[in-house]
Design a protein around this ligand. Structure first.
Ligand code: PAF
Length: 301
């Protein structure tokens, strides 16, 4: 059960005096930023809704960190390009509340757009870290994306004032961008720690994504090309061989490749060999659907 702007424990004021009963608190639905006041120091899981088991894992991770867990649901218009899927992005609030509740959230923050971007007070875009500008990956394919992500994430951090924020490795460049933004802006979000969480996959390897809902049954088989490409890349002895093998696998699945690269795991800049931690990263199109995936190249030699 979800209660707007209230905690069920308050409902028990005036009950019989005796040992404190243990209540299983229902989850709060918060829409007004001022109602976040009492949730300061939480573990925040920022999302755009359309929650799936990958999000559920992030929420469980947040719950394991201690303190209250806040899940934000906000489809942020500023991180979508003009030809992207902002209008059709799945909005599934009732199902999202249920996923958040059963995964251990104490509150869902689902603000109106005017609460995030008030008409009378422009929300600044923080200076973008290098990893948002130089790798020529998501930054090149979606030129305004990280400005929007940093703008909304900074705003959420200011409003929620979390102790932890949990981000999935599925959006690997985003994870690095947010981590660098927090470090660059110190001491703006004092004590905040970004907590990464591994990508959650279906048993056949498909990385969970809210955008998988766009895939028709036959496209789902093609989408497996991404995780298969990452798997075959592990056999390569050199980054350029891994990149060619990934491209071949993606093309064999009739996917239009945007990038299929091996990069330094921290800077996302090109590497000449496997003498340091590296990451394989892919973006590919399947008709109108854009898919991304990545994996650590665990065998570095
Ligand atoms: O990863 C996402 O869902 C979004 O980019 C985020 C971090 C919630 C910001 O809107």
């Amino acid at each position: 059960m979800v209660r707007p702007e209230s905690r069920a424990a308050n409902d028990h004021i005036g009950g019989p005096i005796g040992p404190t009963p243990v209540f299983s608190l229902p989850m709060d639905l918060v829409t007004e930023p001022r109602a976040l006041e009492r949730l300061r120091g939480s573990a925040l899981v920022p999302t755009m809704g359309a929650l799936h088991e990958g999000h559920a894992a992030l929420i469980r991770r947040a719950a394991a960190l201690g303190g209250p867990v806040v899940v934000s649901l906000f489809v942020n218009p500023t991180q979508f390009g003009p030809d992207e899927d902002y209008q059709r992005y799945p909005r599934t609030i009732d199902a999202d509340l249920e996923v958040a509740r059963r995964s251990g959230a104490d509150a869902v923050f689902a603000p109106a757009a005017t609460a995030i971007y008030p008409e009378d007070a422009p929300v600044a875009v923080p200076p973008l870290p290098k990893v948002a500008l130089t790798p020529r990956l998501e930054d090149a394919c979606r030129p305004t994306h990280f400005a929007g992500v940093c703008q909304v994430v900074a705003r959420l951090f200011d409003l929620v004032a979390p102790r932890y924020a949990v981000f999935g490795e599925k959006d690997y460049q985003q994870l690095l961008v947010v981590t660098a933004m927090v470090a660059d802006q110190a001491p703006r979000w004092r004590e905040l720690r970004i907590e990464p969480h591994p990508t959650v996959r279906e048993s056949d390897g498909l990385a969970l994504s809210s955008r998988n809902r766009y895939l028709a049954a036959e496209q789902r088989e093609q989408a497996l090309g991404l995780s298969r490409a990452l798997r075959v890349a592990h056999a390569a002895q050199r980054p350029e061989t891994a990149e060619r093998m990934m491209r071949d696998t993606l093309e064999a699945h009739e996917l239009a490749v945007e990038y299929a690269v091996v990069r330094d795991a921290t800077t996302l800049m090109p590497v000449a060999g496997f003498d340091r931690p590296t990451r394989a990263l892919i973006a590919a199109r399947l008709g109108a659907v854009r898919l991304i995936d990545n994996a650590a190249m665990t065998v570095w030699r």
